[in-house]
Design a binder for this molecule. Structure first.
Ligand SMILES: C[S@@+](CC[C@H](N)C(=O)[O-])C[C@H]1O[C@@H](n2cnc3c(N)ncnc32)[C@H](O)[C@@H]1O
Length: 316
């Protein structure tokens, strides 16, 4: 099992933080990512033998559909991603996706086997081929087959094609079909849920484990107190709610909580440690904001044998 790359760039993706997190998580029998996004940490888990219980969740239906569709039909997703970036395709596909946004999660929830490979692929091409966040609401609708603005006076808010770099499914030299097949293989035993984060951190959901060192590890990467709105409108207060949950979590649980600056310093008085973090190569990770990334680790986390050069203990 080697490190895999998510097939889309994602704001706040934690690919570059994965190593430091796994040093402190070890080999848990149960692993949960309640705010998974591009699932960069799961995909960078060190190799293990046998089975573990792993669960990823995201409230965003498009994200959950991407993972469900890749797991169920990697070839179908890859086929719909074929071809180079096309700007008009990006506009048309974003409109197509947004017109189906309402009700999509309900449809996913209506049947454990529901997924839409074409919607997953088109979301991936929009996320990989445009500058901006694919969850932006638009206005992206079509009337009579043409892209129009809502309201009509506001003008169509265009996203720009990402021509400066080849990313995600457009990455240079990427064999999309082989990449999707490898992701499907990795996800074959991963549980994928789509809903509020609370539902995967209940005592019942967190007791499932298998193999490893028998521990349970939880990676909490909620929308931060600053910038929560890029993931939708109901992110306010999530960061504080996640911190509160950490304060009440079982003492033997290995937990990593991501945030900015001193956002979760309240935890330090409870034996937690704090390290400098780093996100992935887009969004937060690309600019000065990445200098502000921090990760707080619960007292039950392992002490790392070596200090990664990217990260230094800020407080112990
Ligand atoms: C900072 S991103 C996570 C990035 C992820 N660690 C990665 O490596 O890509 C936060 C994620 O939380 C999701 N989210 C927002 N509100 C949520 C909620 N109430 N419950 C679950 N997920 C939520 C967003 O859709 C977004 O994917």
């Amino acid at each position: 099992m080697s490190a895999l790359r998510a097939p889309f760039p994602y704001f706040g993706g934690k690919r570059l933080a994965a190593q430091i997190i796994w040093e402190r998580f070890g080999d848990p029998g149960g692993y949960v990512e309640p705010f998974c996004g591009s699932a960069a940490v799961l995909l960078n888990r060190p190799a293990f033998k046998g089975r573990r219980v792993e669960t990823i969740n995201d409230r965003d239906g498009w994200v959950a559909n991407v993972w469900r569709a890749i797991k169920a039909d990697p070839a179908g997703v890859a086929a719909e991603c074929a071809g180079p970036l096309s700007e008009v395709d990006i506009h048309a596909r974003m409109a197509w996706l947004n017109e189906r946004r309402d009700g999509f999660v309900a449809w996913l929830e209506g049947d454990p086997e529901h997924y839409d490979a074409k919607a997953a692929a088109w979301w991936l091409t929009v996320a990989s081929g445009s500058i901006g966040h694919p969850s932006e609401p638009g206005p992206w609708i079509t009337r009579g087959g043409s892209l129009v603005s809502v309201p009509a006076s506001s003008g169509v808010k265009r996203c720009f094609p990402a021509l400066g770099s080849d990313r995600g499914v457009y990455a240079n030299g990427r064999d999309v079909a082989a990449g999707m097949a490898a992701l499907a293989d990795r996800l074959s035993h991963v549980r994928i849920t789509c809903g509020g984060w609370n539902m995967v951190v209940t005592p019942a959901a967190l007791c499932a484990r298998n193999g490893g060192d028998g521990s349970i590890a939880v990676l909490l990467d909620p929308p931060y107190e600053v910038g929560y709105d890029i993931y939708g409108s109901d992110g306010v207060g999530l960061s504080a709610a996640a911190r509160d949950w950490c304060l009440r979590a079982p003492a033997d649980m290995r937990i990593a909580l991501c945030g900015y600056d001193s956002e979760h310093d309240e935890l330090l008085a409870h034996g937690w440690t704090k390290v400098f973090g780093k996100a992935g190569s887009s969004g937060y990770g690309a600019g000065r904001a990445s200098d502000r990334e921090r990760i707080w680790f619960s007292p039950a986390c392992l002490k790392p044998a070596t200090q990664d050069s990217l990260f230094g203990d800020e407080a112990a």
